[in-house]
Design a protein. Structure first.
Ligand SMILES: Cc1cc2nc3c(=O)[nH]c(=O)nc-3n(C[C@H](O)[C@H](O)[C@H](O)COP(=O)(O)OP(=O)(O)OC[C@H]3O[C@@H](n4cnc5c(N)ncnc54)[C@H](O)[C@@H]3O)c2cc1C
Length: 412
């Protein structure tokens, strides 16, 4: 395979680079980044900065590159999207705020919404003016999403939603959400679900922030009390919500592929700065061997991602193999954060950006890392997907297979 830019790709890279150079500060050191919303205690500030940057990108024609132009994108190819990502990562930009909207809600609207709805909702999603969240998980339905209990009852041309969602990232600052609810309890659990979108300011929606180990509160419980939404906000068929949710989740695994937190370059920079046994840590054999391992994994992830992107450019839908990048990336991010803390010795336990190396990025990432191994599919669930759907191994036993939902025993 030849990964060198074609003349057209090289021209695109130059154009992207020139725009970024003119509009965004470059990273002065490899370890200089904005904290992600997951790590930060101040998500309001990150959201403000992210909105400003997104609007700038939109005005310059660099938002949602792969979306059609009429919906606020650039109509770029998957490879151009990768080139943009590579160039943008050299600059100091806020990230994470629009991933759910642009990476999941956008593609779902593109596939299932009416033309009028696409014209209404996609451009403000691309410009960052409106932010979207994903209301899927419930206390009894995370990995087993199809077991969810949020109730959708039909009333004329409307639906009434009742129940509780949990772990909804960004619900406290989001304008709209995509939601999956149970519309029929008499059929098997996967067949009784229906998918909608809604205004987060609808009457009866209550957002309750959850405090995280990082000190921030980026995700929430969202309570629905007789929330009335129109049937025109349904995406897909009644009872077809599972298929729509699966499309969303596959897009999630593509968009969450790069775990936040320090990367190999930042680990390398730290090892060059910190002293170990009277010399820079980078000279230590154990440190070098760890860095070499992550170098190999980083390269493996990069080319695995390129393989998915080549598939996308052939018009194929993202497949279950995308689970590999999320599984390996999240584990690697946690290992790198832990390595940073080890190298800093006693300072490793100080999570104060004013007092320790690298603005306490390693400490914050260490606290946030376990969440990345859960969000977007836990390690175990991703391993099951890889085993069953990529390697073709036998399915794990599913005791409730074929049972109607109301007959499945519950603790409630
Ligand atoms: C930072 C963060 C952000 C999130 N943001 C959102 C969001 O915006 N919207 C949203 O809807 N949800 C969100 N979630 C929720 C996330 O999707 C769920 O936490 C995740 O799907 C796991 O579900 P659970 O927490 O209910 O754990 P469970 O499913 O109860 O799992 C508990 C444990 O059992 C293991 N397990 C479960 N099933 C199996 C199995 N079949 N085989 C082997 N092991 C198994 C799991 O791996 C895990 O270790 C977020 C989570 C996090 C951490």
């Amino acid at each position: 395979m030849d990964f060198k830019d074609t003349p057209e790709e090289a021209a695109f890279r130059t154009e992207a680079h020139s725009w970024l150079d003119a509009n965004v500060p470059r990273r002065e050191q490899p370890n200089q980044t904005w904290a992600s919303t997951l790590e930060s205690k101040d998500s309001d500030n990150i959201v403000r900065l992210a909105k400003e940057y997104q609007q700038k990108k939109y005005d310059g024609g660099w938002a949602c590159l792969h979306w059609p132009k009429e919906y606020g994108g650039r109509g770029a190819s998957p490879i151009e999207r990768v080139i943009w990502g590579e160039e943008e990562s050299r600059y100091l930009v806020p990230s994470g705020v629009f991933d759910i909207g642009q990476g999941m809600a956008g593609p779902v609207l593109m596939q299932y919404a009416s033309e009028e709805q696409k014209q209404r909702y996609l451009p403000p999603m691309a410009s960052g003016e409106e932010i979207w969240c994903q209301l899927f998980s419930e206390t009894s339905a995370g990995s087993d999403l199809a077991g969810l209990r949020m109730k959708a009852s039909r009333e004329g041309d409307d639906w009434i939603l009742n129940g509780e969602k949990i772990w909804t990232s960004g619900a406290h600052y989001c304008d709209y959400g995509i939601i999956v609810a149970r519309s029929d309890v008499d059929v098997a659990k996967h067949r009784g679900l229906t998918f909608f979108f809604l205004d987060m300011k609808s009457a009866g929606v209550e957002v309750r922030p959850i405090r995280q180990i990082t000190g921030g509160s980026n995700f929430n419980t969202v309570v629905f009390n007789d929330v009335r939404i129109s049937d025109s906000q349904r995406l897909g068929e009644i009872g077809g919500g599972w298929g729509v949710a699966l499309t969303t989740l596959m897009n999630e695994r593509v968009s969450v592929g790069d775990a936040p937190g320090p990367n190999l370059d930042q680990a390398l920079a730290l090892a060059e700065t910190i002293e170990l046994d009277g010399q820079p840590a980078i000279r230590n054999q154990a440190v070098r061997s760890q860095l070499a391992k992550w170098h190999c994994e980083t390269a493996g992830l990069k080319y695995t991602k390129y393989r998915s992107i080549s598939a996308l450019s052939r018009g194929e839908t993202p497949g279950p193999e995308n689970s590999i990048t999320k599984l390996v990336g999240a584990t690697k991010a946690q290992e790198i954060a832990c390595f940073g803390l080890d190298l800093m010795d006693a300072a490793g336990i100080v999570a104060d950006e004013a007092l320790v190396e690298s603005d306490a990025r390693f400490q914050l990432a260490y606290l946030a890392a376990p969440a990345m191994r859960i969000a977007g599919g836990t390690d175990e669930v991703l391993r099951n997907i890889i085993a069953e759907r990529v390697l073709g191994l036998p399915q794990e036993p599913r005791a409730d297979k074929g049972m109607s939902f109301k007959d499945i025993p519950s603790g409630a």
